[in-house]
Design a binder for this molecule. Structure first.
Ligand code: C5P
Length: 299
């Protein structure tokens, strides 16, 4: 992670990895743009034009030539990805809205053109479109797929009893770094390097090596704002995880297991240890936003 740039963002190099936890986004023609959110943490999601999915609708409309080509839509989001959890759930919804509206409006944008719109909506939206495992640069919007074998990885996610705001975690990182050596923080190079150990591990497809190479520069900041995470991370490692890290800006913690059975053991033990609100087993990599058959027309 680099230092804060003049535009307020942090230049970074990161490895994105899409896992099997999905929200469902529906777009339908309507009298005016609107959004309805249901499911996990729905009350914390803005239901107005601040909603990232609606911002995606507006950005796509501008890109395809305005209201004549892109009439009003109502977006419905059924959430399973926890909100403000460091799992890029809002970005996933925005990517879903882009794919859905591109189809509804028959705009015909290809993946690359949609990616350019996505980058304007949010730093992680481009990856949410693409999915898989990819290296992100810039704010996170400049992507190159990670050339790695199609190894399935088995993860346990520990959802926290609380939330973290991404800008606040980045601000905490800046403060830790300003505190310097006293806080043990690295200053952060303007153009950070890709983690060679992690890339070698990913190319090997060996979960043990990947586990050992997991790290996140935002983790000390997330832990400073949410000290209970220290216990969650330690518990997962003690219970046999190959590696652990705070996901994104937290507070969700991700633990890598060697196979599906170990992931089940770890999930059961972690939820029994009382160090998180709930757990989920997921696998990755999975594709990004995909079109599902319309339940009204599907046989
Ligand atoms: O791009 P997005 O709206 O998802 O970013 C949310 C916030 O996270 C930004 O306003 C910024 O404070 C912080 N951020 C950052 N550097 C990044 C990505 C996000 O500082 N590379």
């Amino acid at each position: 992670m680099g230092p804060r740039r003049a535009d307020g963002y942090h230049g970074l190099v990161t490895v994105f990895h899409a896992v099997s936890l999905f929200d469902e986004v529906t777009a339908e023609s309507a009298g005016q743009d609107g959004v309805t959110v249901t499911g996990e943490g729905a009350d914390r999601v803005p239901a107005d034009h601040d909603n990232l999915a609606l911002r995606a609708v507006t950005a796509l409309r501008a890109a395809v030539g305005g209201a004549a080509r892109a009439p009003a839509v109502h977006i419905t989001i059924s959430k399973r990805i926890p909100v403000a959890a460091g799992l890029a759930g809002g970005s996933a919804d925005a990517a879903g809205a882009l794919v859905a509206c591109n189809e509804l409006w028959r705009s015909g944008l290809d993946h690359q053109q949609l990616g350019a719109v996505a980058a304007k909506v949010g730093s992680d939206v481009t990856f949410a479109l693409l999915g898989g495992t990819a290296v992100g640069r810039g704010r996170g919007e400049r992507l190159t797929p990670a050339l790695a074998p199609a190894t399935p990885y088995h993860w346990v996610l520990a959802f926290a009893d609380g939330h973290l705001s991404t800008p606040e975690v980045y601000a905490a990182l800046d403060r830790l770094r300003a505190g310097g050596a006293k806080a043990g923080a690295k200053a952060g190079h303007p153009e950070p390097n890709l983690d060679a150990a992690l890339m070698t591990a990913l190319r090997s497809g060996d979960a043990t090596r990947v586990g050992r190479a997991l790290s996140n520069d935002l983790q000390p900041a997330a832990v400073a704002l949410f000290p209970a995470l220290r216990k969650t991370l330690a518990a997962g490692l003690e219970l046999g995880a190959l590696g652990a890290l705070v996901s994104g800006s937290g507070p969700t913690c991700a633990f890598l297991a060697s196979n599906a059975d170990r992931a089940l053991d770890l999930a059961v033990s972690l939820s029994g240890a009382g160090v998180c609100r709930s757990v989920a087993r997921v696998t990755g990599p999975v594709p990004g936003s995909v079109i599902l058959p319309d339940p009204k027309t599907a046989k």
